[in-house]
Ligand binder design. Structure first.
Ligand SMILES: [Zn+2]
Length: 312
């Protein structure tokens, strides 16, 4: 079974801590990926708007370089994937299919030329904002009244549609979310967001958002961040299972996926301490009576489908 994770921040974490993918204190390393059964992984270059202010493009290039260094350094374990077809091919070869994402439109520095060059460097997904406003749109921290997409943000959506890139609405405020859904000609992804009905946090999606995104063929990766899973108690793997069940109930079995946020979160839910534990999610879904085909969709099939639809 393909396990496909839509979002981790291991690039920025290891760039700043100067550790390798083979040997580190992170949530993701080569051995843990092996324990997971390799699978497929979006690696996000997280453009922290505070520390990268004024040098976002430069810092993004360092993270993209680190990604390509890993692909070169570990040819037995990793291979670059730029399409759904390539994910499938790499999956058969027993390696981890590695896809490249950028989290934060600051990286574009206001120029579509940078978007096109990022595509050529392998980037296939862009999270339009982090929590704050940038020159594309406003993050959820700017709500209420943060406003929707800027003219530049609209141009980025159109160019991503043309290039065949995944538009990621995680972190966006609600006005921006609805603008993207109205403008995008392709299905969109919320790579690491949960359902607000189960955990009332502004990073999580309302039922209306879940339904609208799912109706257009979109996919939502359940985020393992304890703050987005449970308020005022320790989050566990059961909260992740409940999020999946809720997304399936509200948006249907074709929208639910995994977007762990490993290495972007300081704490993890009990039972999901690192990426090697992800097969446990499938075990719990089986116990709850989900069919093999449903489990395959949630664990990776839905993400593979949207990659095939948008990237191929
Ligand atoms: Zn994030």
């Amino acid at each position: 079974m393909l396990i496909f994770d839509a979002h981790i921040d291991t690039l920025s974490r290891l760039l700043s801590s100067n550790q390798t993918l083979a040997d580190n204190q992170a949530h993701v390393d080569l051995a843990k990926l092996g324990q997971r059964g390799k699978g497929a992984q979006f690696f996000a270059a997280f453009v922290d708007p505070q520390s990268y202010h004024g040098k976002a493009l430069h810092c993004t290039m360092e993270m993209l370089d680190l990604f390509w260094q890993w692909i070169e350094a570990y040819p037995e374990d990793l291979a670059f994937a730029g399409s759904g077809q390539e994910v499938l091919k790499i999956q058969e070869s027993g390696k981890t299919a590695c896809l490249l994402a950028i989290e934060g439109g600051e990286a574009l520095e206001g120029n579509l030329a940078n978007l096109r060059m990022f595509y050529r460097l392998g980037v296939r997904l862009l999270t339009l904002t982090w929590n704050h406003r940038n020159d594309l749109a406003a993050g959820q921290k700017e709500d209420p009244g943060g406003g929707g997409l800027s003219r530049f943000g609209e141009a980025v959506v159109a160019e991503m549609n043309r290039l065949g890139m995944l538009i990621d609405v995680s972190h966006l405020n609600e006005e921006g979310f609805w603008d993207v859904l109205r403008l995008s000609e392709a299905p969109v992804i919320a790579s690491h967001s949960n359902a607000r009905a189960l955990c009332n946090h502004p990073r999580n999606l309302t039922d209306k958002q879940i339904v609208a995104l799912a109706e257009r063929g979109g996919v939502i990766g359940v985020n393992f961040c304890p703050d987005f899973l449970a308020r005022e108690r320790q989050a566990t793997i059961h909260d992740v299972i409940e999020q999946i069940e809720y997304l399936v109930k509200v948006g249907g079995e074709d929208c639910a996926a995994l977007g762990s946020d490993f290495d972007g979160i300081s704490h993890t839910p009990l039972g999901l301490e690192h990426c090697g534990k992800m097969p446990e999610v499938a075990e719990f879904l089986k116990e709850r009576g989900y069919s093999t085909s449903q489990i395959e969709k949630v664990m990776g099939g839905n993400l593979l489908r949207i990659c095939q639809t948008v990237l191929d």
